[in-house]
Design a protein around this ligand. Structure first.
Ligand code: PMP
Length: 290
């Protein structure tokens, strides 16, 4: 479903067929989750295909590699150019792009010796996220920031995300709300979170979260729309029963939340500041000038 016989990927310096690309089995990335990656989206705009926030995503990829001592020498411009080439070769416009940096064969626990860049893409639209999500407080916590570079997007971190997301699904919810080690709200398995009270938006401060590029875009939109927004630490109880809440991330965009632990958010979505932010975001991703 991610690729067919014709799909091209970028791997080891050239464009090759997805079905023919393979990796060594003796690598730290496969065994220990020692890889860094990104999740990026491209959109059809009036002026053609546009990768939203390409610079921010590729700067973060390079920073993630640096924090993990993974040697990686592509520039942000090179990565962006290769991604446009990949989209063009596959004839994709609205797509999800998955860059991944993996390490050469080495089974030791020392730093990566050489890395390979993998660029994958598949067609994507967000139709399935139109519904509001019912979420539950996870019994799993986010990784301890003393144990990981939580601001880096590292493969191994997502084992925690899988546990949290699957637990929520097994219990009949759409997604998990995951707390930090102090019991404060952190984020979901793969998105940041905001809630709204009396016209003000609140979102967890940095510390145990991946500070998302969409979260940053929400700040920009709020500043343009004069919507007050506060970064702070709060418990799930403070969020329960709020006027509204949403998850935000590159893949999720801005998705409204229905309830937390079966306690509904109370305001009609159309009457909230959150809905204005959602609409502004949807517009923004398709505007080339921004
Ligand atoms: N938190 C986590 C754990 C994520 O995986 C993501 C998705 N990358 C986000 C937040 C949102 O980040 P962004 O807006 O940069 O996609």
């Amino acid at each position: 479903m991610y690729y067919n016989d014709e799909t091209l990927v970028y791997f080891n310096g050239s464009f090759v067929k997805a079905k023919e690309a393979g990796t060594d089995l003796y690598g730290q990335s496969l065994h220990y989750g020692y890889s860094v990656f990104e999740g990026i989206k491209s959109y059809q705009t009036d002026k053609g295909t546009h990768i939203f926030k390409a610079k921010e995503h590729y700067d973060r990829l390079r920073r993630s590699a640096e924090l993990m001592y993974i040697p990686f020498s592509y520039t942000t411009q090179e990565l962006t150019d290769l991604t446009y080439e990949l989209l063009e070769k596959n004839n994709f416009s609205d797509a999800y792009i998955r860059p991944l940096v993996i390490c050469s064969p080495n089974m030791s626990l020392s730093k990566g010796q050489e890395s390979s860049l993998v660029l994958l893409a598949w067609e994507w639209n967000n139709g399935y996220l139109a519904n509001k999500m019912r979420i539950m407080t996870s019994s799993f916590q986010r990784p301890n920031p003393q144990a990981f570079h939580v601001e880096a997007k590292v493969g191994g971190h997502y084992v925690n995300s899988i546990l949290a997301c699957q637990e929520a699904k097994d219990k009949g919810y759409d997604e998990a709300l995951v707390l930090d080690a102090n019991g404060h709200v952190a984020e979901s398995s793969g998105a940041n979170v905001f809630y709204e009270k009396d016209g003000t938006l609140f979102t967890p401060a940095k510390g145990s979260i991946l500070p998302g590029i969409t979260r940053q875009t929400v700040f920009e939109i709020c500043s343009e729309l004069n919507i007050p927004v506060k970064e702070t630490f709060f418990k799930p109880e403070e969020m329960k029963g709020a006027d509204a809440a949403f998850f935000c991330g590159t893949a999720a965009e801005i998705v409204a939340l229905d309830s937390l632990d079966d306690v509904p958010f109370t305001k009609a979505w159309e009457d909230t500041a959150s809905e204005k932010v959602q609409q502004a975001y949807l517009k923004r991703v398709r505007l080339l000038s921004l």
